[in-house]
Design a protein around this ligand. Structure first.
Ligand SMILES: Cc1ncc(COP(=O)(O)O)c(C=O)c1O
Length: 340
């Protein structure tokens, strides 16, 4: 596939091979230089720690083609810091911040023709990946690591775009324990969530909401996005929990909400509080904001706003964050890193 054949306005959220990806190796106690790779297959030891004991983590961020034709990444330093936290928690060697930033910038600049045109609603998704590569059969951390950064054009995560979805409270399976690894982006978290999400989808719900696994009482997050809501008295409320991923989108939306004059609260949210919300959203890099029309828990259904209409405040937040990303409004928080 070449860029010329792409229907930019109808891209899904799928893997696509682009011109190249970047790679750096940690060997003999030090990081080597980044190299440019074109073959998507690479060789790995059959006993590599990442394959057996799950020392694997990743990040996800986006580069946008802006109104003036320039290209910029959204808050890559935040993703770098989060990969460093994940690596430390799972005893992996973190890529230095400068190496991470150079890798993601190079991924974009070397695949610049794959950055979708302005106005298509699409972007270049960048996926940094870190894996433990040493052979081991006894459980223990790897000595050597491989760090990659790949990029591909993507459309909106949900084909219907900014349109309300129905969510399901998944209580048959937990995805993260209170002092476990839910607050970092280790690959195994996603395997742990697959079955619960699959079951929810099978019942007709595109997204699942998980509660704290100790009590099944407080809201944690959706399968791959944070929960936030607007209360009837106009507060932006989002959970404080040790088992949810600190979403960079959520962090940005909180700043924007404050700038719009909303009071922002990060605190435990009892599931019984749902009737106090007039708008609920799921937020993350892939979909940015997905409005949630209803949340079903057993035979109880909580609804927010109108079934076919996104709420007023969520729409405002969405327009503001996307406006900054696509260079339509001033980047007053200095979030965008230009690619030369
Ligand atoms: C479990 C989980 N929560 C939340 C998010 C949203 O985080 P971010 O806004 O940084 O993409 C993601 C996606 O990275 C995720 O996988």
């Amino acid at each position: 596939m070449s860029q010329q054949q792409l229907d930019w306005s109808n891209l899904g959220f799928e893997y696509m091979q682009t011109d190249c990806y970047l790679r750096a190796d940690f060997k003999d106690g030090q990081w080597g230089k980044l190299s440019v790779c074109t073959d998507p297959n690479f060789s790995i030891h059959v006993a590599a720690v990442c394959l057996h004991y799950g020392q694997a983590c990743f990040e996800g961020l986006k580069a946008f083609r802006r109104k003036d034709g320039s290209v910029a990444l959204f808050r890559p330093h935040e993703n770098a810091q989060r990969m460093i936290s994940t690596a430390k928690r799972t005893m992996m060697e973190p890529p230095p911040l400068e190496l991470f930033i150079e890798a993601v910038k190079e991924t974009v600049s070397r695949n610049i023709d794959w950055v979708p045109p302005y106005g298509t609603g699409a972007s270049l998704y960048v996926r940094p990946l870190l894996i433990g590569a040493s052979p081991r059969v006894g459980v223990g951390p790897s000595e050597d690591y491989m760090f990659f950064s790949l990029g591909m054009p993507v459309g909106p995560y949900y084909k219907n775009g900014f349109f309300p979805v129905k969510a399901y409270v998944q209580e048959s399976y937990d995805r993260a324990a209170p002092l476990g690894v839910g607050n970092v982006k280790v690959a195994g978290n996603y395997a742990a969530g697959l079955y619960g999400d699959y079951e929810g989808k099978h019942k007709g719900y595109p997204i699942c909401l998980y509660l704290d696994s100790a009590h099944h009482r407080y809201i944690d997050e959706f399968g791959t996005s944070n929960f936030f809501g607007i209360t009837k008295d106009n507060k932006y409320v989002t959970p404080e929990s040790s088992s949810i991923l600190p979403s960079i989108t959520n962090n940005s939306l909180r700043t924007i909400a404050e700038g719009m004059g909303l009071k922002v609260e990060r605190r435990k949210i009892d599931i019984e509080e749902l009737p106090d919300f007039k708008e609920v959203g799921a937020c993350g890099t892939a979909a940015v904001i997905t409005p949630v029309y209803s949340i079903t828990r057993g035979d109880k259904v909580y609804t927010f706003g109108k079934e076919n209409e996104s709420g007023e405040i969520l729409t405002k937040l969405f327009k503001e964050i996307q406006g900054i990303q696509y260079g339509e409004i001033e980047d007053k928080y200095d979030w965008m890193l230009p690619i030369n």
